[in-house]
Design a protein around this ligand. Structure first.
Ligand code: F6P
Length: 338
């Protein structure tokens, strides 16, 4: 197990490092800024690990200063880079990673990432005794045990802006737009976006629908003058083209596809994500200094709680049932206004 074995007679400052793993989110840079400032405020030395677990293995670890985080609060992405590391899955590379940290005297880690990264860290803790706290960070909002993951609000804002702009051209051209959002296997981004953008259709894995049940209603709407449709589809369904063809073949309505793609991961972090970054990091540093060794900080029912890796990683995420019910109701074919 790791211990602070530097007996020089002086009091050694404790050292803490932060890394970003997996898909970057807008909110990581505000988190890095708070990390540096709050670590100094608590009398501990902050370090950056660049490019996720890859940088940990390659010893790409540098002391973090105020100057490093000046001006980054407004920027999406992450100043220290991120990566999806296959090597960290191997014991051999985890041992190298541990040696790198121990050589620098770093005993605590904050990991901004998803449940896969937290699982890796749990193993690392069990093998090497490096304490860590995970901060759920993914635009997909698909981590079990937390209602909110850093970056989701900014991503939803980007999607909202894109849909609003697509609506301008859709209404000018008499077209159906099938707009695909990210989310990996989870329909959260598509559901919230459809509910809040006045879309006609919301297609996500959590709410299965039969497109043909909308046909009569949509035909009636067209006959009464409707001249565009907006359909929001989660990438999880992998049927965006099929839906677009359905509009063309079944409704005779010209259709276009807009895959929003990686623009959803970028952009100026929203106020909410800046605030959540601030709060997540503050609680994570406090927890590590209080001796919490291997937890994930979750935000549930408006409160921060610490959960074990098993609580967040053993079970798949499910969208809140109340939200799903609202979505089911709003987009039910039987509620379609003729
Ligand atoms: O997990 C975040 C995410 O943006 C998913 O929504 C998406 O499916 C995936 O990452 C894209 O991954 P990449 O950036 O490797 O193409």
């Amino acid at each position: 197990m790791f211990s602070m074995a530097h007996n020089t007679g002086e009091t050694m400052k404790q050292k803490i490092a932060i890394l970003c793993s997996g898909g970057d989110v807008s909110g990581m840079n505000p988190a890095l800024k708070r990390f540096v400032e709050y670590a100094h405020a608590r009398g501990i030395e902050p370090y950056f690990i660049h490019h996720g677990f890859e940088g940990l293995i390659d010893n790409n670890i540098t002391p973090a200063s105020y100057a490093d985080v000046t001006g980054i609060i407004t920027r999406g992405g992450t100043k220290i880079g991120s990566a999806r590391s296959k090597r960290f899955l191997e014991n051999y590379y985890r041992e190298i990673a541990a040696k790198n940290l121990k050589a620098l005297g770093i005993s605590m880690l904050i990991v901004l990432g998803g449940d896969g990264s937290f699982r890796g860290m749990e193993r690392f803790y069990a093998e090497q005794g490096i304490a860590f706290c995970g901060i759920p960070s993914t635009i997909d909002n698909d981590i079990n045990g937390t209602d909110y993951c850093l970056g989701v609000d900014t991503a939803l804002g980007v999607i909202k802006g894109s849909i609003d702009q697509i609506r301008d051209t859709a209404s000018s051209f008499r077209r159906a737009f099938v707009i695909e959002t990210m989310g990996r296997n989870c329909g959260y981004l598509a559901l919230i976006s459809a509910m809040t953008s006045g879309a006609e259709l919301c297609l996500i894995p959590e709410i299965p629908v039969n497109l043909h049940e909308y046909k009569g209603c949509f035909q009636s709407q067209i006959s009464k003058g409707r001249d565009y449709f907006i359909a929001i589809v989660s990438e999880a369904l992998q049927n965006t083209h099929e839906i677009s063809q359905w509009f063309e073949k079944e409704l005779g309505f010209e259709s276009r596809i807009s895959v929003l793609g990686h623009i959803q991961r970028g952009g100026n972090p929203s106020v909410y994500d800046r605030l959540m970054a601030y709060r997540f990091v503050t609680y994570a540093i406090d927890a590590l200094l209080e001796g919490k060794t291997h937890s994930v900080i979750c935000y549930t029912k408006s409160h921060f709680t610490f959960k074990t890796i098993d609580e967040v990683a053993l079970h798949p995420y499910r969208i809140d049932e109340e939200l799903l019910n609202l979505g089911r109701e709003q987009f039910a074919p039987s509620h379609c206004q003729m």
